[in-house]
Design a protein around this ligand. Structure first.
Ligand SMILES: CC(C)(COP(=O)(O)OP(=O)(O)OC[C@H]1O[C@@H](n2cnc3c(N)ncnc32)[C@H](O)[C@@H]1OP(=O)(O)O)[C@@H](O)C(=O)NCCC(=O)NCCS
Length: 162
């Protein structure tokens, strides 16, 4: 079941972050509460057998008539990976950006092959490297962008890519 997240989900989200991003300053429950309460953010999660197992957040930036988007986070419980949960979350977030024909930007560790593969499947391209972007690990990040598409074009592309 996919649903919108609220501040009440923050403790579980912080628990998942610790599992997934322990070396890179994982977000706390307070960080999640602050993010989710922002009107320009959309946070979605997937519940499986009563537990929240996957989450993702998208921020809408810039002018209302010509917005751009950023994926702020995405994570799947290590025990629940490779079941298509991230793909479902990405489909929803990309569809939201496509409603406004806005590009989506994100950063990803240069050694994070699973995430890079996921993003490439959704049409993201690498456009730069940010040195020592992640702390305290000091790992580099790729900046990736999925160029703006209209919803109909996006559905056509996704049919080609997935
Ligand atoms: C990246 C992540 C979100 C993927 O979640 P997931 O639910 O396992 O991914 P899905 O099952 O939906 O897979 C979708 C696609 O992602 C890619 N992918 C996912 N896991 C992969 C892996 N271990 N190795 C290579 N490619 C992988 C594949 O292209 C896959 O498509 P396929 O199954 O048809 O090959 C998950 O590995 C994760 O939570 N990682 C830790 C947190 C993280 O790094 N988040 C991204 C921060 S930028």
């Amino acid at each position: 079941m996919i649903r919108g997240l609220t501040g009440d989900d923050a403790p579980r989200l912080a628990e998942l972050e610790l599992l997934l991003f322990s070396g890179d300053n994982p977000w706390s429950a307070a960080d999640f509460r602050a993010e989710i309460s922002q009107p320009y953010c959309i946070y979605l999660g997937i519940e499986h057998e009563g537990a929240l197992v996957a989450y993702a957040g998208l921020a809408k930036m810039g002018p209302a008539t010509d917005p751009e988007f950023e994926i702020h986070t995405i994570g799947v419980d290590p025990k629940m990976q490779r079941r298509g949960f991230a793909r479902v979350l990405m489909e929803h977030l990309c569809a939201e950006a496509d409603r406004f024909a806005g590009p989506i930007f994100l950063e990803v560790r240069t050694d994070n092959v699973p995430a890079i593969n996921l993003y490439e499947r959704f049409g993201f391209q690498t456009i730069g490297v940010r040195k020592r972007y992640y702390q305290p690990s000091g790992a580099d990040a790729f900046t990736m962008v999925r160029p703006a598409r209209l919803l109909e074009q996006a559905q056509q592309h996704e049919g080609d890519e997935l």
